[in-house]
Design a binder for this molecule. Structure first.
Ligand SMILES: Nc1ncnc2c1ncn2[C@@H]1O[C@H](COP(=O)(O)OP(=O)(O)OP(=O)(O)O)[C@@H](O)[C@H]1O
Ligand SMILES: [Mg+2]
Length: 239
């Protein structure tokens, strides 16, 4: 849908501000966020290998060329990921507390990328989230999900103070896309930060392990994403 793409590009934009310490955290066992940010594929270390030792997480945080840090989930097999999820079910503070401490520094900005759908990790951190950005597509599935997302039902714990949306992979040439996008936009109002066009440069950027802005600065998607980042920064009170 574009969650990791948005998280990586947003974190990189935030990192342009030299007074900010930006940390992008990957809560998805697929461990893909690091690839959007230039961390090598063979680098499999991550915080999930040391959930009980948050004082050591800095050892697996990867500094990127953009001057930010990405904290990868880590390469875990199926059983290890399921065990991790079960541990967070029992003790959400194992994840929530270190991230809360990290974010409590006024100079810090923590951008969290999640796995699709409900997860124990998402539930653990939601109470501490200031701004929730949901990435949807202009398709029937997103239109059907929207009422539950908007009401907070899909997020269980209720919603953070600020909830925003992005419509991604928009293709104006399709029959359904523009109609669904218009309907979603009317429901979202000012909470819609923008629409990102479907653009091959986005997938190419991932293959090149770069953000879209770095890979293809003149691409339509780069333009779209930059506008969304500006609006989000305004919402965060940064501009
Ligand atoms: N606007 C776009 N145009 C074209 N391709 C896109 C666009 N947005 C995302 N993609 C591609 O779709 C794929 C999924 O994107 P991404 O990883 O950002 O989504 P995700 O929501 O994080 O996925 P997952 O649910 O698997 O974590 C990637 O290959 C990405 O390059
Ligand atoms: Mg993802």
């Amino acid at each position: 849908m574009g969650k990791s793409t948005m998280a990586a590009n947003l974190a990189t934009t935030l990192a342009l501000d030299p007074t900010l310490r930006v940390v992008a955290v990957d809560l998805d066992p697929q461990n893909m966020l690091r690839l959007h940010l230039g961390v090598p594929l063979h680098e499999g270390r991550g915080f999930a290998h040391m959930l009980d030792q948050p004082q050591l997480w800095h050892q697996v945080g990867q500094r990127t060329d953009d001057g930010m840090t990405v904290l990868p989930y880590g390469a875990l097999d199926l059983s290890a990921s399921v065990n991790m999820s079960a541990r967070l079910e029992q003790a959400p503070a194992l994840l929530a507390e270190p991230l809360r401490i990290l974010a409590s520094d006024p100079a810090s900005m923590v951008v969290v990328d999640t796995e699709p759908g409900p997860s124990t990790a998402l539930r653990a951190i939601l109470p501490h989230v200031d701004v929730l950005l949901t990435v949807l597509a202009a398709d029937a599935a997103s239109a059907a999900l929207f009422p539950d997302i908007e009401s907070g039902r899909a997020y269980g714990h209720g919603l953070p103070a600020a909830q925003y949306f992005v419509i991604n992979q928009f293709d104006p040439m399709t029959r359904l896309g523009p109609r669904i996008a218009r309907s979603l936009a009317a429901q979202m109002g000012p909470r819609l930060l923008g629409v990102v066009h479907r653009d091959e440069y986005v997938s190419e950027a991932l293959a090149a392990q770069k953000t879209v802005a770095a890979y293809a600065p003149r691409a339509q998607a780069s333009h779209d994403i930059a506008g969304i980042c500006r609006k989000l920064l305004t919402a965060l009170g940064r501009y």
